[in-house]
Design a protein around this ligand. Structure first.
Ligand code: SAJ
Length: 420
């Protein structure tokens, strides 16, 4: 089989490499020449465990090449970004451009598969009118469907193979053909359905997680006010066989949870009430963290320095997209009375990035644990304490042990923990 993958990002690149090492001929297409040139040399432009080794193997085998233009193929997979605009509407311009780009290359018997997470109706209402320009009979000569990715950044390669998959077709035969293609490497179950159901399922999965985290974040605020520890409350409540509350934190980031629920709100604004409120609740967390910082440092006169540990949207990756920590930094930036320094072992380019863990703590009034990178598990707290002006430690992830932090001479504060 020959497969043309449109978009060489977090999904398109691993998917291309996976098909290639399973014997398919893959052309990876990206509008960014740098990405294309790198891939043709066997190099990658994103960070994901083991992806470099796999891409190298795929390129060396001759099964994976990259280009800025599509090639003829048996199957076309669209894995381009579907971000949201400032007013929280889906920006479908990349999907439209990729669909238009493949039209001249489509032949009888081809498959076109959307992988990008998209609002329900995208394939039928947006893509089919474009694909019809090929002159092929949709559903009979051209098989079309949605096979949403479900992989977790940081575990992409394992999940790509082992996760169950939902495949929606514009008709049954399309779904079946697409399933047979993905069986090339998928070990999980593959469930077939309609294209619109598949689109909805994908968004619902991420919405479930976002709403659940919003509940945890609201509980964090409530527990601070009631005078208990939300982490203990959630841990104990989750001992119930039918309770599974997620973890609170400084907010929800990434290109999935912080984005996809808006696709539902956009379609049905009068109905999607809990979903919209949850998004807003999670988006309120950076401000809540700032309120806590204000409270912790209220007795310090003049400019206060906050040292932020971690800036990515979640631990052990280099991805800063929609990171709530960036939002927190923006909020602090707007305040005259705060100075900021940041240290993240995965991010080298941020304007406030310090040289190392000692540098970030220099003259600081507060260490803020913002992202629970494994790297921060063994912070040199004694050495950091020595260079600080005031020894305050604020854990927004319940990551470090309270006693250990206090033993190093810090005053310890925890998100979601109130004074009783
Ligand atoms: N977060 C919390 N509390 C939690 C769990 C996560 O605050 O209990 C925060 C994280 O810190 C992060 C954000 O949520 O800022 C999102 O992280 P994540 O690990 O939940 O998910 P993503 O965005 O990396 O990947 C999600 C996954 N979806 C689900 O688990 C339902 C993944 O399987 C999807 O493939 C991916 O979105 C996607 O591409 O849609």
């Amino acid at each position: 089989k020959k497969i043309c993958v449109m978009g060489l990002g977090y999904i398109g690149l691993p998917t291309s490499a996976m098909f290639a090492i399973h014997g398919c001929k893959v052309i990876g297409v990206d509008v960014n020449e740098k990405v294309v040139d790198a891939l043709n040399k066997g190099e990658i432009t994103i960070e994901e465990p083991y992806l470099d080794i796999m891409v190298q193997a795929a390129v060396r085998s001759g099964n994976l090449i990259a280009d800025t233009k599509p090639h003829e193929a048996d199957a076309f997979i669209i894995a381009v970004p579907t971000p949201i605009t400032k007013d929280k509407k889906a920006d479908m311009s990349y999907v439209i451009a990729a669909t238009e780009a493949i039209v001249p290359y489509l032949r009888k018997g081809n498959m076109v598969i959307l992988e990008s997470t998209s609002p329900p109706g995208t394939v039928e209402e947006l893509m089919l009118p474009i694909l019809e320009k090929s002159g092929l009979k949709i559903g009979e000569e051209l098989y079309v469907g949605h096979s949403p990715e479900r992989v977790l950044p940081g575990k992409i390669l394992w999940e790509l193979v082992n996760n169950n998959r939902i495949i929606g077709g514009i008709n049954r035969i399309s779904a079946e053909k697409i399933r047979d293609l993905y069986k090339t490497f998928v070990n999980g179950e593959i469930y077939l359905t309609t294209v619109r159901t598949a689109e909805m399922c994908k968004i619902v999965e991420n919405t479930f997680r976002d709403v659940n985290i919003a509940l945890a974040n609201e509980l964090a605020k409530i527990c601070e006010s009631v005078g208990v520890d939300v982490w203990e409350v959630i841990e104990l409540a989750n001992k119930h066989p039918r309770v599974n509350i997620h973890q609170p934190g400084p907010g929800v980031g990434g290109h999935c949870l912080a984005v996809d629920p808006w696709f539902i709100v956009e379609k049905t604004p009068d109905l999607a009430k809990i979903i919209e409120l949850s998004r807003k609740t999670n988006d309120s967390m950076p401000q809540h963290v700032l309120n806590r910082i204000d409270e912790i440092l209220k007795d310090i006169k003049g400019t206060k320095k906050v040292s932020i540990l971690g800036i990515t949207y979640k631990p052990n990756i280099d991805d800063m997209r929609e990171s709530p920590i960036i939002e927190l930094i923006n909020l602090l930036d707007r305040r005259e009375d705060y100075e900021i320094s940041v240290y993240d072992p995965y991010v080298k380019t941020h304007k406030y990035q310090a040289k190392d863990l000692i540098d970030v703590a220099q003259n600081s009034d507060l260490l803020l644990l913002a992202v629970h990178h494994d790297y921060f598990k063994n912070l040199p707290l004694s050495d950091m304490a020595k260079v600080m002006r005031n020894r305050n430690f604020f854990d927004t992830r319940n990551f470090l042990n309270k006693e250990e932090v206090e033993n190093k001479g810090f005053k310890y504060f925890l998100l979601g923990q109130g004074k009783s």
